[in-house]
Design a protein around this ligand. Structure first.
Ligand code: HEC
Length: 244
């Protein structure tokens, strides 16, 4: 068996420690060799570092700017005096637009037409349906749960209504509600739709609103819808369906 010289053993141990193969701590190395081993890799970047700033990037020479260009660049884009004018522009545009446009919203929907018919009712029932000589309309759906009875009541008025009470809640009839025989089926449906939706809280997408719109459009007649339950109970002549 050959004797391996001491310094070779040590070097091999260090080597293994360096590549992490062994658990031998580097501290076991002799101070002299450790310095030699670690100093070499550390020295390399240290030597390379000062080389980087040695060649500084030459700053691009600023292009000479002509005086009028410099003035244009530094000038405010919008002059001060124009600020209030520009601020007022949207308002002006809005005012201008409203003078051009007809009254906002379509005017030929059943609801809009109903609002027009309602101008013949507002003097007694109030422009917002809150009542006056006639009752307010916030409870109109309790009085007339079925829109067909509501329609017939408006066609006949207090005098034409056969009973002494009216409505599903049997309100005492005091009189004063005029008959409206001149209103067509369409107009009757329009104003009833308006009163129920605008004041009575009826859902404009509900099935009865759709039916009212059909009559309001002239797609169906009041006669096709037949008498409502309150009208039938009160003994309204079915011939009244064809009036107007
Ligand atoms: C001259 C006033 C007057 C005008 C115009 C008038 N009404 Fe009336 N209306 C009354 C009075 C008064 C009553 C209560 C009737 C009664 O007690 O006999 C009434 C009751 C009603 C009711 C029952 C409401 C409830 O809940 O008790 C409805 C619905 C109604 N009117 C709809 C109309 C419609 C629709 C018009 C327009 C097309 C109209 N009225 C125009 C005076 C008026």
């Amino acid at each position: 068996m050959t004797e391996i010289p001491e310094h070779l053993l040590k070097r091999s141990k260090e080597r293994r420690a360096a590549i992490g193969g062994d658990d031998a701590p580097a501290a076991e190395a002799t101070p002299g060799e450790a310095v030699e081993a670690t100093a070499t890799p550390a020295a390399a970047p240290a030597a390379a570092a000062p080389a980087a700033p040695a060649v500084p990037e030459p700053a691009p020479a600023p292009e000479p700017v002509r005086p009028e260009v410099a003035a244009a660049l530094s000038r405010r884009k919008i002059p001060y005096w124009a600020m209030p004018v520009l601020a007022g522009l949207p308002l002006w545009a809005y005012v201008f637009w409203t003078t051009l446009e007809p009254p906002p919203g379509p005017t030929d929907t059943p609801l809009a037409l109903g609002q027009q018919v309602y101008s013949g009712c507002s003097s007694c029932h109030g422009p917002t349906g809150d009542g006056g000589v006639g009752p307010a309309f916030d409870g109109v759906e309790e009085t007339w749960p079925d829109y067909r009875d509501h329609m017939m009541w408006v066609r006949l008025g207090s005098t034409g209504w056969p009973e002494d009470t009216y409505g599903a809640n049997d309100k005492p009839k005091n009189g004063g509600m005029p008959a409206f025989p001149s209103l067509s089926d369409e107009e009757l449906a329009q104003v009833v739709l308006y009163e129920r939706v605008a004041f009575g809280g009826m859902d404009p997408a509900s099935p009865e609103a759709i039916e009212l719109e059909e009559v309001a459009h002239g797609e169906k007649t009041f006669a096709e819808m037949e008498l409502g339950p309150e009208s039938a109970e009160a003994g309204v002549d079915p011939a009244e369906l064809n009036g107007g």
